[in-house]
Design a protein around this ligand. Sequence first.
Ligand SMILES: Nc1ncnc2c1ncn2[C@@H]1O[C@H](COP(=O)(O)OP(=O)(O)OP(=O)(O)O)[C@@H](O)[C@H]1O
Length: 346
Amino acid sequence: MLELQQLAVAYSGHTVVKDISLSLAQGQIGCLVGPSGCGKTTLLRAIAGFEAVAQGCIRLQQQIVSSSTVQQVPERRHVGMVFQDFALFPHLSVADNIAFGLQGLTKANKLNKVRELLQLVGLPDLGQRYIHQLSGGQQQRVALARALAPQPKVLLLDEPFSSLDTELREGLAREIRQILQQLHITAVLVTHDQNEAFAMADMIGVMQHGRLQQWATPYELYHKPANRFVADFIGRGVLLPGTVVDGAQVATNLGIFQQRYNADLAVGDSVDVLIRPDDIVHDDNSGVTAQVLDKAFRGSHILYQLKLQTGEQVQCLALSHHNHAIGEQIGIRLDLDHLVLFPLLS
Ligand SMILES: Nc1ncnc2c1ncn2[C@@H]1O[C@H](COP(=O)(O)OP(=O)(O)OP(=O)(O)O)[C@@H](O)[C@H]1O
């Protein structure tokens, strides 16, 4: 449905997005995450047709819409956009805002379509209100309805929840995902918020310095990060030094562990082992102790900052009823299904 092939975008000759290849099938939602300035919005604008591409191409439904020789105008791409600030018209009613994108319909058909869209986004009775008479979450729903009105092939959402408070964001993200799935619409979302990406996305792209570091499912990104940057950017965790003691085993200060995925490691190789807070469990019989340096209460869980006797720090996400005091020594054990290793560059 949407395919980017070795895409590069430049501003005044300065390339800010490089060598991006990714694809989404009809109905899939992709999220772009990455540090500020890494090129997420630029990529979205290139898909919409607001930026020309320097290299590579963009295909929509198998047709090239952007390349170094083709630049289809935004209006012909049938791409909808939802912006961070909603970009609604304050002088128009909710219904007129939504109807704005409905060209070439009779008045009766327009009214029906607007009613349908208001129902879809859960605002059936608010068509006559003005934008300032709506909450932030309601405004976001109107912005979504307006973008969906012309039945776009692809919907692009640029930080759509960033002006809403956390509570509202999570619920709205889930709800918008359901609406998009119901319509079987392909969407690309830019967000700063990892939880939002996990809640919304079928595929997530992690960008750094204009390059796509990994394009994968949320599960793969968390459990099989392609490199140190992705491991560090997605989820919490630390990299603990280890040594390969035979092809299938790695020794660390938390114990010796089996590894399955890295076939090309030799005995004696130094590696970093990714340890997520949820990989460590409390176990007083493990023979490995750590001191509680800090703790953050999370309701059902507590996130502990721990210091091993050898000096390294790790984090442990424990159920809340395991309530340890700062300074306490506790036994811990690594409990993980597979090791994520990064060989050290010599
Ligand atoms: N119109 C422009 N002209 C020149 N440079 C630009 C322009 N727009 C963005 N840039 C630069 O391109 C790079 C990528 O910007 P972009 O807005 O795509 O990043 P982003 O990942 O969306 O950032 P943020 O998360 O802060 O919104 C940045 O270095 C930015 O300064």
